[in-house]
Design a protein around this ligand. Structure first.
Ligand SMILES: [Zn+2]
Length: 191
């Protein structure tokens, strides 16, 4: 059974870090992907990137089809690279790491990404409109950016209190984590 992972909140250090490329497909990594997918569906997100669950690796998962039908059609992108981008597209975005904040962001309308899949095969995905937005949003997480970085100063100001509250919660969560680590738990069965 996959695990439900804790989603790191806006203000967490790892969300500002450029993630490391994946060098090989390990069992651990496959488990991580399964957990990320489980967490994404459970939290009703359309995508989730590894840094959002505390792992600084260049991996993200998404499922654009699931927003339109009940059929799950997950996409796992390892070491994605943007090959082409063009046009302009505006859409309201939200993020599991920034709960309660939804803002219109300007993105490219079309994007082509090369990546490796879970079988380490090289693949290409071409996306337009909302699907392209999801890919760009998740890709940004791998470069240590969130959609908040794309807000203009007025919209950032309008969300200042919400963002501060989320960042406070993130600080609280990381303190709790530090305390837990100090306790050096005897039982490691529930990783
Ligand atoms: Zn996000």
């Amino acid at each position: 059974m996959p695990n439900l992972l804790e989603v790191k909140l806006y203000g967490s250090e790892i969300l500002n870090k450029v993630a490391e490329p994946v060098t090989e497909l390990t069992t651990e990594l496959k488990e991580l992907v399964a957990d990320m997918l489980h967490t994404m569906y459970f939290t009703e997100g359309v995508g989730i990137a590894a840094p959002q669950v505390g792992v600084s690796s260049r991996i993200f998962v998404c499922d654009y089809e699931y927003t339109k039908s009940e059929k799950k059609k997950p996409l796992v992108l390892i070491n994605p690279e943007i090959l082409e981008y063009e046009g302009e597209y505006h859409l309201d975005e939200g993020c599991l790491s920034v709960p309660g904040v939804f803002e219109e962001i300007t993105r490219f309308q079309r994007i082509v990404i090369r990546y490796r899949d879970l079988k380490w095969k090289e693949k290409i995905v071409e996306a337009t409109d909302a699907f392209a937005v999801i890919l760009q949003h998740e890709y940004d997480h791998l470069d240590g950016k969130t959609f908040v970085d794309k807000l203009n100063p007025i919209r950032k100001m309008a969300n200042a209190i919400k963002l501060k509250r989320i960042a406070n919660r993130a600080a609280q969560m990381s303190n709790e984590l530090l305390c837990k680590e100090d306790e050096s738990p005897q039982d490691n069965s529930s990783k």
